[in-house]
Design a protein around this ligand. Sequence first.
Ligand code: ADP
Length: 360
Amino acid sequence: MQNVDYMLELKGISQRYGNTVVVKEMSLSLPRGSIGCLLGPSGCGKTTALRCIAGFEQVQAGEIVLDGRSVAKPGLHVAAEQRRIGMVFQDYALFPHLNAAQNVGFGLTGSRADNARRVAEMLELVGLSDYAKLYPHELSGGQQQRIALARALAPRPKLLLMDEPFSNLDVALRERLCGDVRDILKHEGATAILVTHDQDEAFMIADVIGVMNEGRIQQWDKAYNLYHLPANRFVADFIGEGVFLPGTVLDDQRVEIEIGVIEGEFDAPCACGCAVDVLLRPDDIIHDDESPLKAIVREKAFRGAQILYTLQLPSGAEMLSLVPSHHNHAIGEPIGIRLASDHIITFRAADAASGACCDA
Ligand code: ADP
């Protein structure tokens, strides 16, 4: 196997407030130059994990290795200011009495000429060269966040940590800034970790995403795999949309559900005859007027180019289908559908007797 050069490694770190363990045996490895993301619902421990990495919290178990050097483990705590980690927060945290250029140059320790060059370079990188002399209150939220990013990157930190950096911005601006931030980080060759509860942000920016729940990383993976190969039900539920339908495994390539047989690669080896729940994404169900298989429209959500239909099967089970929006059907109308799934994601049936089916 190739030797990967990791900028950050968490090795089973745990962090507790009082008696409550907030981060539980968390491990991840982030290659140099990569953008990672901790994604999860509010309160799952993302910010606490980030604070441990930054050095604001002392870990109670495990080890943090930054650029090949241990910076935290029980009995060792390298101070935050010695870790060379940059931070960007939700509220920008710019110095109000310093102009944009002075904010960007704040943490620089080189010669005057070197600092001025670096400030100019960073302002250009974030597209705000013309705003150097303006004060934070004269800048929009998006511009302030770009200055905060330029300030954090200017001293060339080993690692950049971003805690919900876009949550104060409106949706359109957030989308644009997400793309820009990714370009800026890649241009700088920065290694970064973003914390967010918003999967669209995570998908737009990150190379690798850790889905967190109750203090644990459930899956540390690429966005594609989180969606198509979720490691467990939590990830399957949290990422994207979908429903679970009961099914029966026929063999190692086929599973039968109410609307037919899905053939494809199984995510997990599975014994025949097992009762499973099969994950169906809205793109696994195609609307087809010619299909003899019908389902009744129960709900519809207009999404511009597409409509997300909630469809009811004869058994009463519901599933989702994403359909081009010129196929505009009424609630209560039966429409033709067919299966278009070629991979099979199953989990142990929720109501299966213990040990009666595979451990998927
Ligand atoms: P997230 O960033 O995922 O929203 P946090 O890491 O902020 O989650 O918080 C995780 C849990 O730890 C929450 O239940 C929160 O109430 C608790 N918590 C966070 N900071 C402290 C603190 N300083 N003292 C006690 N509990 C805290």
